[in-house]
Design a binder for this molecule. Structure first.
Ligand SMILES: O=C(OP(=O)(O)O)[C@H](O)COP(=O)(O)O
Length: 285
């Protein structure tokens, strides 16, 4: 039996918490959000943001595992949305390939790009914590309305970013693209795309995968789950782990988002991301 693009028999076997019968009756739409697999700069603990790093070898494996897991759960996607950064696009490719769903249409928008980290781009988080303190690094990384200092032309990655052809194909002129963003500003640029492009497809009954980034996904979760400015500070997303959101007919969430997979492994991966902002050097895998 098919329900919302997912085999019903498999839905009952979600390992983390089995949904109750009433809950299932209210669920109208299921949406999968995904932070791309590990990129080269995730490994090096540097703020990557709008620098177009590709997936690391481990990141490719994460994306493939994610695809296998989603396939085992019976997901059948109708539409995939990505950012215009390679790591989110490559992740979508690997997920779809593992699922045997390479034919599914994909659409890329800068509005799903990672948060623009401004002058912090390229810097190492652990070194930043040593120089500025862990609290300041946490404020920069996780606060809702703190904007880092803007990127300037003197920044080593300024020209690489703004002379990239992809940014002349956006729905805003080059000079209007951000030079730094708070999470709030990410939500401001992402929301029109959600409202005008993604939400209507979900409401049409399409099973949608959004393959994006840590902070663009946090911004969307904040909006959809109405997470407070204070509580969003504690939401951290590991790479390559699918996040399930179950929504009612008005796209209101039914219960909290759920990370799909081994919960112990996922908690360890979340802690690893949080620890990237600690002053002690991070041990590489
Ligand atoms: O590029 C980034 O995110 P991404 O790996 O999800 O694309 C950011 O540097 C994430 O950094 P953060 O976890 O300190 O917010």
């Amino acid at each position: 039996m098919q329900l919302l693009g997912i085999r019903w028999c498999v839905i009952r076997h979600y390992s983390c918490c089995k949904p109750k019968e009433n809950h299932n009756k209210m669920v109208k739409y299921r949406l999968i959000l995904l932070r791309h697999g590990e990129g080269a700069w995730n490994k090096e603990n540097r703020f990557c943001s709008w620098v177009d790093q590709k997936l690391s070898r481990d990141g490719v494996k994460e994306a493939q595992n994610c695809g296998r897991h989603l396939k085992s759960l019976g997901f059948e996607f109708d539409l995939v949305f990505t950012s215009i950064l390679s790591r989110s696009i490559q992740t979508a490719w690997h997920v779809l390939e593992e699922m045997g769903q390479e034919w599914v249409p994909t659409e890329a928008s800068w509005r799903l790009n990672e948060r623009h980290y401004g002058a912090l781009i390229g810097l190492n988080r652990a070194e930043m914590a040593l120089n500025h303190g862990e609290e300041q690094v946490k404020r920069w990384r996780r606060s809702y309305d703190v904007t880092p200092p803007p990127i300037t032309e003197a920044h080593p990655y300024y020209h690489e970013i703004y002379s990239d052809r992809r940014y002349s194909h956006c729905d805003v002129p080059l000079e209007k693209l951000p030079k730094a963003e708070s999470l709030k500003e990410v939500l401001d640029r992402l929301l029109p795309y959600w409202n005008e492009r993604i939400a209507p497809e979900v409401k049409r009954g399409k099973t949608v995968l959004i393959s994006a980034h840590g902070n663009s996904t946090r911004a969307l979760l904040k909006h959809l789950e109405n997470i407070s400015d204070e509580a969003i500070v504690n939401v951290t997303l590991p790479t390559g782990i699918p996040v399930l959101l179950e929504l009612d007919e008005n796209l209101r969430p039914l219960g909290q988002h759920r990370f799909l997979g081994d919960q112990e492994v996922i908690q360890a991966a979340i802690k690893k991301v949080e620890d990237q902002g600690k002053a002690t050097p991070v041990v590489k895998k």
